[in-house]
Design a protein around this ligand. Structure first.
Ligand SMILES: CC(C)(COP(=O)(O)OP(=O)(O)OC[C@H]1O[C@@H](n2cnc3c(N)ncnc32)[C@H](O)[C@@H]1OP(=O)(O)O)[C@@H](O)C(=O)NCCC(=O)NCCS
Length: 190
């Protein structure tokens, strides 16, 4: 098992997540505020959640040379009024279609208990830095139609709106945003 840990000023990003995190993961993924923006649908039980998202743990068993996906659990580094526990509060992930692919897809979700506190923006920025260090040349985000919070997050981070939409199997459409690898001196906005 290969553990990858990243740190932002407020959060630990850790891949793999812990087995115990599946209670929190299930609670977040079964919240309509979250699953209605996602294509996986309502995740109703811990067992189903574990079955659907076991890769949050098993991805870390793959050697670095063959790894295509990292899902980082997000954990507050310190307890505070806003973050009373140092537990799992969401995730940010990057995924490539093939090991040699230079494009990574970005995905993320945060417990509604912590929305609007800059969690996603801060953690995605760090995960993007990590993706570029792994040799990725561009990162794609594809919020579904109407997911204005997600669009705002990627816009804040400096993603370019391609103006393109693609249909999904659920009948909605996804809007495509791209962030190319910055030149050495440039930084990801945060
Ligand atoms: C999208 C999501 C991850 C954002 O997480 P977050 O930690 O609240 O994000 P941040 O606090 O970093 O930024 C949210 C921004 O969206 C804005 N926002 C929130 N709701 C909005 C809405 N309905 N319309 C426009 N902007 C909105 C916030 O004001 C904030 O922007 P600001 O900093 O300029 O004020 C969270 O809403 C979520 O988990 N949603 C469900 C899952 C999801 O959509 N995942 C992404 C799939 S592509």
């Amino acid at each position: 098992m290969r553990e990858t840990k990243l740190k932002t000023s407020r959060f630990l990003l850790k891949s793999p997540v812990e087995e115990d995190d599946f209670d929190e993961i299930t609670e977040i993924k079964s919240n309509p505020k979250v699953y209605l923006t996602q294509l996986y649908g309502n995740i109703t039980s811990r067992e189903y959640c574990r079955f659907m998202f076991q890769h949050y743990i098993t991805d870390a068993r793959v050697s670095l040379a063959r790894r295509k996906r990292w899902v980082f659990g997000i954990y507050p580094l310190e307890t505070s009024y806003e973050f009373p526990k140092r537990k799992y509060i969401g995730n940010v992930g990057i995924s490539k279609n093939a090991v040699s692919s230079e494009t990574a897809d970005l995905f993320f979700e945060v417990s509604p208990d912590y929305w609007g506190l800059g969690v996603a923006t801060e953690c995605i920025s760090k995960a993007m830095e990590f993706a570029f260090e792994q040799g990725v040349k561009r990162i794609v985000a594809d919020p579904v139609h109407g997911n204005e919070a997600s669009k705002r997050v990627v816009t804040k981070l400096g993603f370019h709106d391609t103006g393109r939409s693609v249909p999904t199997y659920t009948g909605t459409s996804k809007h495509i945003y791209v962030f190319p690898k910055p030149k050495a001196a440039a930084r990801i906005k945060n």
